[in-house]
Structures are given as structure tokens and as C-alpha cells.
Design a protein. Structure first.
Length: 45
């Protein structure tokens, strides 16, 4: 494995953006499902 090429550093931002776009909906959906589940499964109902 060679060290990362500094000439490619300027083009690497789109890869992080694509990863964030793929991961963000998963975590957002998981948070929404958890919030809805907590709202409906509250003890004392």
C-alpha cells in the first residue's frame, strides 16, 4: 500500500459527500423509528 497521493486530495471530497448521502438517511430513519417506538411504548399507558 502506497501513501495517499496529495494530488488526489482535492478530488476526494465528493467521495465523502456520497458516503454521507448514503449513511445519513439510514441513521435518520433509525432515529425516527426509535422516537416513534419510544412514544408508543411509554410505560403507564
Amino acid at each position: 500500500m502506497s501513501p495517499p497521493d496529495h494530488r488526489n486530495a482535492g478530488r476526494a471530497w465528493w467521495w465523502h459527500l456520497a458516503v454521507a448521502a448514503l449513511v445519513a438517511p439510514f441513521y435518520l430513519g433509525l432515529y425516527v423509528i426509535t422516537a416513534i417506538g419510544a412514544a408508543f411504548d411509554r410505560p403507564g399507558r
